[in-house]
Design a protein around this ligand. Structure first.
Ligand code: FES
Length: 81
């Protein structure tokens, strides 16, 4: 599925508005329910927040994994979950 959004849009809002199906829990970067795998376009996503970094570190997440609730997007991004 391909969707379009404004630059700087919150991925959580884009996902919910377009029914992408990403599961969200806390929406605060703590529970990691919204873990996604970025396939391309990592450079178009805002850097990890301190909270996201802490949560991903606990999960031993790979560099290409992100928490959708913490990301803003500024260009093309392809991901899966
Ligand atoms: S919904 Fe809990 S970390 Fe994203």
């Amino acid at each position: 599925m391909t969707v379009e959004c404004e630059g700087g849009a919150k991925l959580r809002e884009v996902a919910m508005q377009n029914n992408l199906g990403i599961p969200f829990g806390c929406e605060n970067g703590i529970c990691s329910t919204c873990l996604i795998q970025i396939n391309t376009g990592m450079e178009n996503i805002t850097e990890r927040t301190e909270q996201e970094e802490a949560t991903l570190s606990i999960r031993s997440a790979a560099p290409e994994q992100r928490l959708a609730c913490q990301c803003k997007i500024n260009g093309d991004v392809e991901f899966e979950f």
